[in-house]
Ligand binder design. Structure first.
Ligand code: SF4
Length: 108
């Protein structure tokens, strides 16, 4: 499990760990689609994955970053998501986007 939502975690700023976690979470979101009408990030994600025949692993880093860039941290997806902790999938989309923003902006 690569869920890393706390900045104290040594892997928090590890981009390769982040990319694996983005792929895991994007795959779960693509399968569920509850967030389809909440913001631009989810429709972009679903369009990108659908264009690759549902294969989330085909998304490039630039594709992932586009989804991240379109998140404006409203947090509306958190209460709607059925997979937030204590669910075993430990999904926290806003925190993951915050982590990704920190890494991709730091690297640019
Ligand atoms: S927190 Fe980000 S991903 Fe979640 S609904 Fe708001 S803008 Fe979309």
């Amino acid at each position: 499990m690569t869920t890393t939502y706390t900045p104290d975690d040594p892997a928090y700023l590890d981009e390769s760990d982040l990319r694996v976690e983005l792929e895991r979470v994007f795959d779960l979101c693509h399968g569920c689609r509850l967030g389809f009408d909440l913001c631009p990030s989810f429709p972009t994600l679903f369009d990108l994955v659908d264009a690759d025949d549902g294969d989330v692993s085909a998304l490039t880093a630039a594709d992932q970053d586009r989804v991240v860039d379109e998140c404006y941290q409203c947090k509306h997806c958190y209460p709607k998501c059925p997979y937030v902790p204590p669910h075993e999938w430990q999904l926290d989309f806003p925190r993951l986007m915050m982590r990704a923003h920190g890494i991709t902006e730091e690297g640019s």
